[in-house]
Design a protein around this ligand. Structure first.
Ligand code: HSE
Length: 410
């Protein structure tokens, strides 16, 4: 079986290495078909690579080669990935991708094209890196009505938060460490501002609840503004701070979906997910809670999921694997201000009137002030609609909100 790999970066080179390293096992698991990489597409030159003879720069060579049945897309980004993957599926080739941006933005269209051309579009590596999560949701948990999916879906931010919590390292220093270790990019925005986690929760929500969710529909907040004061407040509440992406089915059939820093109780399994590890909690009506944990990024963990998809595509050449969902219906995602939730809020209360207004409000529970600067106050709201919380905050005189953290019950 001939395959092609598009993009020879971290994940793509891991895929090539893994296929060569485990060739016998892969053949055995692919019904005795050997996997031969025929082309590696990349615009860069790799003169010292042992695979230099396979390197090409022209996508059309892959598109027009009838021997290539399965193509791996590990280029990342959208523009070329979308154009190439669409053309490949239309040409009757199965595609395996690790590209969460592509699946979150164009997944429903690409799945429909794959379906109508009797090929597979597989993306196990797009969420949770090497952690099996797409198949467990679509196969093992398929008898459940899933009511919630929540997780730590970004390794870089989890590393930064772990440094802040365990070593009292401030955000900027922890970010620099993450960059030195190669976790965070020079421009860390996709990770620290929550966009990477947002794309991943869109994919999980579509799988769990059956309709496409676009990243623009997800209120997304990252961890950039968190300080060691927030970490101390969390500790005083018996919690840790984690960047949580979650999607929850409402009684009215719509979903609430968010990416936000959140307070997790110390006894929760999610609280002990540290460093670059990811974890995904799925709540089903029959099974209850189930947690998937492991390495959410990195060359070989992600390659592990990609190559498993390649093997599955080889095994199912004439049969469509079901990983589908429908186009989004208007109103499927409930507006953020209708979400019922409890929030931790820290802010500057610059007058006695501000403190008095907060004290007088029965819906707000004030935290002890020992870990706060003198001009600040922190409190937790009772559960209520986000719009009601905003109205309460607006009515407090001289109050400047600094940090908002979601309370959770995982
Ligand atoms: N930058 C991502 C992370 C890589 O830190 O989790 C995998 O999407």
């Amino acid at each position: 079986m001939y395959i092609a790999v598009m993009g020879y970066g971290t994940v793509g080179s891991g895929v090539v290495d893994l296929i060569n390293q485990n060739q016998e096992r892969i053949a055995r698991n692919s019904m005795q078909m050997s996997m031969d990489i025929k082309y590696i597409l990349d615009i860069r030159d790799f003169p010292d690579s042992p695979y230099r003879d396979l390197m090409i720069k022209d996508f059309n060579i892959i598109l027009c080669d009838p021997e290539v049945k399965i193509v791996v897309e590990t280029m990342g980004g959208i523009t070329f990935a979308y154009e190439f993957v669409k053309k490949l599926l239309l040409a009757g080739k199965s595609v395996v991708t690790s590209n969460k941006e592509l699946v979150a933005k164009h997944g429903v269209e690409l799945l429909q094209i794959a379906d109508s051309h009797n090929v597979n579009f597989l993306f196990e590596a797009s969420v949770g890196g090497g952690i099996p999560i797409i198949r467990p949701i679509t196969h093992c948990l398929t008898a459940n009505r899933i009511c919630e999916v929540a997780g730590i879906l970004n390794g870089t931010t989890n590393y930064i938060l772990t440094q802040m919590i365990d070593n009292n390292t401030d955000f900027d220093t922890a970010l620099k460490q993450a960059q030195q270790l190669g976790y965070a990019e020079a421009n860390p925005s996709a990770d620290v501002d929550g966009f990477d986690a947002c794309r991943k929760i869109c994919i999980l929500a579509a799988l769990c609840f059956g309709q496409h969710v676009y990243p623009e529909q997800v209120p997304t907040n990252g961890i950039r503004d968190l300080t060691l004061t927030d970490v101390e407040c969390a500790k005083s509440l018996g919690c840790v701070i984690k960047l949580i992406a979650d999607a929850k089915l409402r009684p009215d059939g719509r979903i609430d979906i968010n990416v936000a820093p959140a307070l997790i109780k110390n006894h929760s399994q999610l609280a002990s997910v540290n460093d670059v590890f990811n974890a995904i909690l799925v709540r089903g009506d029959a099974l209850g809670d189930v947690l998937f944990y492991g390495r959410g990024a990195g060359k070989m963990p992600t390659a592990s999921a990609v190559v498993a998809d390649v093997i599955d595509a080889a095994r199912h050449q004439l049969r469509k694997l079901y990983f589908g969902w429908e186009e989004a219906q208007p109103g499927f995602v409930a507006p953020a201000d209708e979400q019922i939730l409890s929030l931790f809020i820290r802010g500057k209360a610059c007058s006695d009137a501000a403190r008095e207004a907060i004290r007088q409000n029965d819906a707000l529970t004030i935290l002890p002030e020992d870990s706060l600067p003198a001009d600040q106050i922190a409190f937790v709201t009772s559960p209520m609609a986000r719009s009601e919380i905003e109205s309460i905050l607006d009515a407090i005189p001289d109050f400047e909100k600094l940090t908002t953290l979601k309370m959770t019950d995982y």
